[in-house]
Design a protein around this ligand. Structure first.
Ligand SMILES: [Zn+2]
Length: 99
């Protein structure tokens, strides 16, 4: 199982909010987000507004970064939680679980 080992406060800066990926260090002024609040990159100040797709993608990436999971894992987790949710909400399973 793979995991991201690069600079993590950079991810907070990209997502525009603190994700506390370094634990208590992110409460101190040493956190990368405290030092430079703008997103990583050279000409970020000149970039325009995000599109609807961009906003959606950023939210998705934020969840990914927060829980420290990469794409395939995220999809399989969503798939399992969906099927679990379907099992819980399906009336066919209510009687089966009751008996
Ligand atoms: Zn941080």
């Amino acid at each position: 199982m793979a995991r991201y080992t690069g600079p993590v406060c950079r991810l907070c800066r990209r997502d525009g909010m603190k994700l506390f990926l370094k634990g208590t260090r992110c409460d101190t002024p040493k956190c990368g987000f405290e030092r430079r609040e703008q997103p990583p990159g050279m000409h970020v100040a000149r970039r325009g507004k995000l599109t609807d797709y961009g906003v959606h993608l950023r939210e998705k990436q934020k969840v990914k970064h927060y829980y420290g999971i990469l794409e395939p894992a995220r999809s399989s987790t969503t798939a399992t939680s969906r099927s679990t949710a379907a099992a819980w909400t399906s009336p066919a399973t209510w009687s089966a679980s009751a008996t």
